[in-house]
Ligand binder design. Structure first.
Ligand SMILES: [Zn+2]
Ligand SMILES: [Zn+2]
Length: 146
């Protein structure tokens, strides 16, 4: 990315991001692919823009099975050599920009708080603990359909 910072403002380059994998939380990950365009906007500033396919995988909030969500991330992140304590603008350090950090926040914002394996997930029985999507209540469970 250093070569772009060295060029004239308005100079742009595209990079393919292929299967970038990031950990979102302790038990969820995101896999990202797409095209990123890095454009020099002024002497010491860059903007990274792109649209990415993201596949978020994690634990279903109800049944704890593996859940998967495909989504599109749109990134427009500014970078500056010396950002003025502005949280929106990330620093350029040693000619490098941290794309992973920007993608991480974008993916996190696109992850629903209640992450489900399917919208009608039946979850776990609070009494006998079986996964109601694929198991019957255990013998003697009070929630058993009689
Ligand atoms: Zn589930
Ligand atoms: Zn039960």
């Amino acid at each position: 990315m250093g070569e772009i910072l060295a060029g004239e403002p308005g100079k742009s380059r595209e990079y393919h991001l292929d299967s970038i994998r990031l950990s979102l939380t302790e038990n969820s990950q995101v896999q990202i692919r797409g095209l990123i365009a890095i454009t020099k906007t002024a002497k010491d500033t860059l903007i990274a823009q792109g649209e990415f396919e993201a596949e978020i995988t994690g634990e279903c909030s109800r049944c704890l099975d593996q859940a998967k969500l495909s989504t599109v991330l749109r990134l427009a992140q500014e970078y500056a050599l010396s950002p003025q304590a502005d949280e929106e603008i990330l620093p350029i350090e040693n000619g490098q920009i941290n794309l992973a950090e920007a993608l991480y926040y974008e993916a996190l914002m696109n992850t629903p708080t209640v992450f489900l394996c399917r919208s009608d997930c039946l979850g776990l029985c609070p009494e006998c603990g079986v996964n109601l999507n694929r198991e019957e209540h255990k013998e003697g469970c009070g929630n058993q359909v009689k």
